[in-house]
Design a protein around this ligand. Structure first.
Ligand code: BGC
Length: 268
């Protein structure tokens, strides 16, 4: 049987660990050739491990170093990938980070760093992907000319004290995603977001590393389990496949119910 993403080329930013690595493995499993992006040379070994696991499982992948907050590097990554593989069919705009601080102590550097990667990085990569989708148009591989999945967060709607830069970046991702989905839907380009809840990855290690922390975290999750990277990877495959062909400009919450106001379960 033809796999859902057979022969499609997917760039996944920030794919050397966590949710990005989960998306890379699931998309490769669905038949995509995956570009495992990582930001700095120190990340190379981890990215190569993800690539090796994909190849071991029978998939296709390469690693590529690019800091998504830098325009010159993003332009080069898209040019290189298009030269090597002919085109790009799927972008998973995943690279993201946190630099948390109480608001009155947050430095401009912390603010700019998070916005630079989480929001500007998604802008730069989406812009280059869309240029390529428009150039190529619909080919035989998908009903769409291209698909973008923006990795957002439950914090595109849940305010988060001590994380103003992060929450602002994810709120920004939400309206950038919807705006460009509206702009390019007539061109057969689909753009959606995934809003993960608490997924066990390095970014939130402190929230689940001890039993005490885990019990606190589970109070926020009606389904009473922390998510796994493949919970997000499977949703990303669906959003990138023709199975979701009529889904455009929406955020899919994959959060075990975190956005269901769990505090109201026995109160209010
Ligand atoms: C954050 C995690 C956090 C989760 C739920 C994510 O977007 O990066 O640190 O655990 O939201 O609050």
């Amino acid at each position: 049987m033809q796999k859902k993403l057979q022969g499609q080329v997917a760039i996944i930013t920030g794919a050397s660990s966590g949710i990005g690595a989960g998306c890379a493995k699931e998309m490769a499993d669905a038949g995509a050739t995956v570009v495992v992006n990582y930001p700095i040379i120190q990340g190379k070994a981890m990215a190569e491990t993800v690539v090796a696991e994909i190849i071991e499982a029978g998939g296709k992948a390469v690693s590529y170093k690019c800091d998504v907050s830098r325009e010159d590097e993003v332009l080069l990554m898209f040019a290189d990938v298009i030269q090597q593989f002919g085109t790009v069919d799927i972008l998973v705009n995943n690279a993201g980070l946190q630099k948390d601080a109480p608001f009155t102590e947050m430095t401009l550097e912390q603010w700019n760093y998070v916005l630079g990667v989480n929001l500007t990085g998604q802008f730069l990569c989406a812009r280059e992907a869309i240029k390529e989708f428009l150039r190529r148009g619909v080919n035989g591989k998908s009903k769409s000319a291209g698909k973008i999945i923006c990795m957002s967060s439950v914090h595109e709607v849940i305010p988060w004290a001590g994380h103003a830069n992060y929450a602002a970046s994810k709120g920004g991702v939400m309206l950038m995603m919807k705006t460009i989905a509206q702009e390019f839907a007539p061109k057969m380009i689909r753009i959606n977001s995934i809003a993960p809840g608490a997924i066990a990855t390095p970014i939130n290690h402190d929230a689940w590393d001890t039993q005490a922390h885990l019990q606190e975290l589970l109070k926020l999750i009606p389904q009473k389990r922390v998510g796994k990277p493949d919970d997000i990877g499977k949703a990303a495959v669906w959003l990138a496949s023709d199975d979701s062909d009529y889904v455009n400009g929406t955020t899919l919450f994959v959060d075990g119910g975190m956005t269901l106001y769990p505090g109201f379960e026995d109160n209010g």
